[in-house]
Design a protein around this ligand. Structure first.
Ligand SMILES: [Zn+2]
Length: 212
């Protein structure tokens, strides 16, 4: 899966957007940041609570985890589940529609030793601005109730997470597709780039053309 991960950094500090899909993935990203001399993040923002965005969180030391309040309770429930390869297999046997997601988790996780799911330690309801000027805006939608857009006004970049994608396979109905109207409401002349977690970045013009 490997959802995209962003680091937004200037002299006010570094903000990591999404944690990586596993502790191993997070460590890979940390090593890449270290190699380029980029600072360690002080804040970790969740675009939403899905595993491929948050399961790396326990491998990021000393971060304040910021997420929408709707994700907090969902992640508390996820944190209480007895994650293991055996548990993943049992869950897929009981609900085959979990197969694609849970098999991807099994592949991503070499071991569940020392693994914990971390709910956000700081939550917000509608909007939140971090001390670095990065703005979080709750957008919700059908993919996840806690979907959050991360706005970087200084760079004109908007990180969309998965907010416009259809619901996960096991929750998807026959009429569920991409929510292009939701993206349409987010497009803004002050933002030249739109970055979704599992798609190539788009310019404002490309996003407008894709929605037309
Ligand atoms: Zn997702």
């Amino acid at each position: 899966m490997q959802a995209g991960v962003a680091l937004i950094t200037d002299e006010r500090g570094a903000v990591l957007v999404d944690a990586g899909q596993s502790p191993a993935h997070a460590r890979e990203i940390r090593a890449a940041l270290d190699a380029t001399g980029l600072p360690a993040p002080r804040w970790l923002v969740y675009t939403h609570h899905h595993w491929d965005h948050v399961w790396g969180a326990c491998a990021w030391p000393d971060v304040e985890i910021v997420g929408h309040v709707a994700g907090e309770s969902l992640l508390r429930a996820e944190a209480a589940r007895p994650w293991s390869h055996r548990y993943l297999r049992e869950q897929v046997r009981a609900e085959p529609r979990l197969g694609p997601s849970f098999r991807a988790r099994a592949l991503a996780m070499e071991t569940f030793d020392d693994f914990v799911v971390l709910p956000p330690t700081r939550t917000f309801t509608d909007e939140l601005e971090l001390p670095t000027g990065v703005r979080l805006r709750h957008v919700g939608g059908g993919h996840a109730p806690d979907s959050t857009a991360v706005l970087v006004p200084d760079s004109g970049v908007m990180l969309l997470g998965d907010c416009w994608y259809p619901p996960p396979a096991h929750l998807r109905g026959p009429d569920d597709g991409p929510d292009l109207a939701l993206v349409g409401r987010l497009l803004d002349d002050d933002y030249g780039w739109y970055v979704s977690s599992h798609s190539p970045p788009m310019t404002l013009a490309e996003a407008r053309a894709a929605l037309a």
